[in-house]
Design a protein around this ligand. Structure first.
Ligand code: ADP
Ligand code: MG
Length: 237
């Protein structure tokens, strides 16, 4: 099982954002889409999420052809750089939102929310408003919210980009631990080489709308596919 992207292209007017991209993203792993700004990472993530349609090609998610499915039928959870919380709702209700709109029974929602708040170490903060959390805590809330409906795939677009370096490092370690606990297929976008190399099991290097290489951090360092990958990863420090 995996996310299979086959022959996906996307143009914005004359500009080719993705050029016949085919890549297989393994199931149950933590995969980074890494590359310089403007390379097409977010566009690819949004196509996987169903938030953007490709001009051609196919997207298969865990054995299901998702090419024509709307986002809410893909069973994916997302977290974006700028968290989108309901400001007037408590942390609990923010986390519960996806379950409530699916009309799950109240006791089931309450139990799941308790479990999630514990998972992201926010059990003390359920009654606060999002504005009363730190930036790092808010992103943890966003993670809990994305995981609430037990998605088969978790998608994160520069999830820690807006945070300062120390918190970013903390959350990075924390995403790794969370993934080791939950094992949900996770794809995160980053332009930060160090972040990808430290956190990801697999890295898909994307540049100018094309996949330059896919491999483990060791593969990329020891066997860079081309000059671009070698230059982009830079000297080993
Ligand atoms: P990345 O996430 O790697 O920085 P993006 O996928 O956001 O790159 O964007 C790739 C290219 O496509 C960029 O040059 C960007 O300006 C362009 N692009 C992305 N979305 C749109 C859009 N909705 N309309 C026009 N151009 C877009
Ligand atoms: Mg982006």
């Amino acid at each position: 099982m995996s996310i299979e992207i086959a022959g996906v292209s996307k143009r914005f007017g004359e500009f080719v954002a993705l050029d016949d991209v085919s890549v297989s993203i393994p199931s149950g792993r933590l995969t980074a889409l890494l590359g310089p700004s403007g390379g097409g990472k977010s566009t690819l993530l949004r196509i996987i999420a169903g938030l953007e349609r490709s001009d051609s090609g196919r997207v298969e998610i865990e054995g299901i052809d998702a090419t024509d499915l709307p986002p809410q039928r893909r069973n994916v959870g997302f977290v974006f750089q700028h968290y989108a919380a309901f400001k007037h709702m408590s942390v609990r209700r923010n986390v519960a939102f996806g379950l409530e709109i699916r009309k799950r029974p109240k006791h089931e929602v309450a139990a799941r929310v308790d479990e999630l708040l514990k998972l992201v170490h926010l059990e003390q903060f359920g009654d606060r408003l999002p504005a009363q959390l730190s930036g790092g805590q808010r992103q943890r809330m966003a993670l809990a919210r994305a995981l609430a409906v037990r998605p088969t795939v978790l998608l994160l677009d520069e999830p820690f980009g807006a945070l300062d370096a120390k918190v970013r490092k903390e959350l990075r370690d924390w995403l790794r631990r969370l993934h080791d606990e939950v094992h949900v297929t996770t794809v995160f976008v980053t332009h930060d080489q160090e972040e990808a190399l430290e956190v990801a099991d697999e890295i898909v290097v994307i540049n100018e709308g094309r996949v330059e290489q896919i491999g483990s951090p060791d593969d990329l360092y020891d066997r860079p596919a081309n000059d671009f990958v070698m230059r982009f990863l830079g000297p080993v420090t």
